[in-house]
Write a protein that binds this ligand. Structure first.
Ligand code: CTP
Length: 445
């Protein structure tokens, strides 16, 4: 039947041999202990969506921790265990990790909307999850390896491209699922089902989110802002009147969408050019979202989301300074590369990207991009030691010489170390000549 379709072939096509071997090994270890073992959730969902996913979640019918210990003993991995939750993380020598959980029968008593029927512990475990698309499980024990369990018509909803909860109390049990619904909907190009959308409307109307800590709300918002393209999910938050969890003043309009699209463009530009140094994308989007708010409101938002003080400084004082700098630059562009450098040097990458996105003046955007790509990393190749080697005495003169070298370099001069040493020597000689000239002048008068 459809419920027990075997998808071993499909797995062999889609998964690396390493992952397949691990899944088979885990099935064998579980069986030797008399347990059931399944790979579940997002990993299986993404298998059906042809999306690479190496976040493997294993559910054990039995004792998950005992299973992890037995597996670690045989395969020489490390494990971390959380006794209270019956969970473990298996950690391979190269850092690869697999999560192991225990399907416990006690769940039977707790969930609110549980119908009065008997369920296997794996089915109960899956029933407690957020959306139908996340409820697929694949059996791992040798005799049944590759059998797909689909208790809640996940395959149908994947085919229909629908995000649906399993029962009406899903958002009561866990309001963060509302944010997850929007995130999954936009990530996969799915649509939230009618009943599920009505339940979200209800959750918003009843403000289920007031039960959540600011931290948990922030975690979900950050996950949305870290998606490949968060803009459609932000727009959906607007549709559902959910942006008020950040602040009631934030509303979706054409201008805000345009700004967020600019942020997206600038981040794409940045990530392409600077693969090695990714920026904190979520901060740039959040700066865009709160762009129109005054300082007091920004502080209020940061406190509401329980942000760390370093983020509060970024979103409030530093962003205000960036806005101010942008205004000045839009009024008049810095006259030289040196002036541009000194203007923008105080700002961290995320603020630079924010400024590039926020300005409506093409020439300003271009200047900022020139700073970021060409000037930002410029610094003297020589330092105090080379100046000492020239026979100079450490003191305020050193700072002056090094600043002069920097300015010359910003304006395109001094290609090599040798050039800089020459420059320093000449600069020191000129300074000495001026000084002695001044002394002579004094003696003459
Ligand atoms: N889950 C849930 N309710 C939540 C969070 C998670 O029911 N509030 C369940 C989901 O069914 C999910 C599983 O726990 O499949 C693991 O969640 P997560 O680690 O977020 O994994 P993914 O669903 O793969 O999400 P992502 O791709 O964003 O990591």
């Amino acid at each position: 039947s459809r419920r027990t379709r075997n998808i071993t072939h499909f797995m062999q096509e889609r998964l690396s041999t390493r992952v397949l071997d691990i899944l088979r090994d885990m099935g064998r270890v579980a069986e030797s202990l008399g347990y059931g073992a399944y790979v579940v959730g997002g990993f299986v969902r993404d298998l059906f969506l042809y999306r690479p996913n190496e976040d493997i979640d294993i559910v054990i019918e039995g004792d998950g921790i005992a299973f992890a210990k037995a597996y670690a003993l045989e395969f020489g991995t490390r494990i971390h265990t959380h006794k209270a939750f019956g969970t473990a993380v298996v950690i391979y020598p190269d850092g690869f990790k697999i999560d192991v959980a225990t399907a416990r029968l006690e769940y039977y008593r707790s969930p609110a909307a549980l119908p009065d029927v008997e369920m296997s512990s794996i089915k109960l475990d899956l029933f407690r999850r957020d959306f139908t698309i996340n409820t697929l499980a694949i059996q791992l024990i040798p005799d049944k390896f590759g059998r797909l369990l689909d208790f809640f018509s996940a395959q149908k909803d994947i085919k229909d491209k629908a995000i649906r909860v399993l029962h009406n109390l899903s958002f009561v049990e866990d309001p963060t699922r509302v944010f997850r619904a929007l995130r999954f909907e936009q990530r996969f190009g799915f649509t939230i089902g009618k009943l599920t959308a009505a339940l979200i409307d209800n959750a918003v109307k009843m403000d289920f989110f007031k039960r959540l800590s600011g931290r948990r709300v922030f975690t979900e918002i950050r996950l949305i802002l870290e998606e490949d393209n968060p803009v459609p999910a932000i727009v959906r938050m607007g549709d559902f009147d959910l942006l008020k969890v950040i602040h009631p003043t934030i509303v979706i309009n054409k201008a805000l969408i345009a700004l967020l699209e600019e942020v997206r463009g600038v981040i794409a530009w940045h990530d392409l050019l600077f693969v090695e140094t990714p920026c904190m994308r979520w901060t740039v989007y959040l700066m865009g979202l709160i762009h129109a708010n005054d300082m007091a409101t920004c502080h209020e938002i940061c406190r509401r989301l329980e942000l760390a003080t370093r983020y509060e400084a970024l979103f409030c004082q530093e962003r205000a300074a960036a806005d101010h700098c942008l205004q000045q630059m839009e009024h008049r562009l810095p006259a030289s590369a040196g002036a541009l450098y000194h203007r923008l040097h105080p700002f961290r990458a995320e603020l630079i990207l924010y400024m590039m996105a926020a300005t409506r003046v093409k020439a300003v955007k271009k200047a900022i991009s020139k700073y970021y790509t060409e000037l930002r990393k410029i610094e003297p190749l020589i330092g105090g030691n080379e100046l000492i080697a020239l026979g100079l005495t450490p003191g305020p003169l050193f700072r002056q010489i090094l600043d002069a070298i920097l300015d010359a370099k910003l304006n395109g001069a001094l290609a090599t170390r040798e050039d800089e040493i020459q420059f320093a020597r000449r600069w020191a000689a000129d300074a000495a000549a001026t000084a002695s000239q001044n002394t002579d002048d004094k003696q003459m008068s």
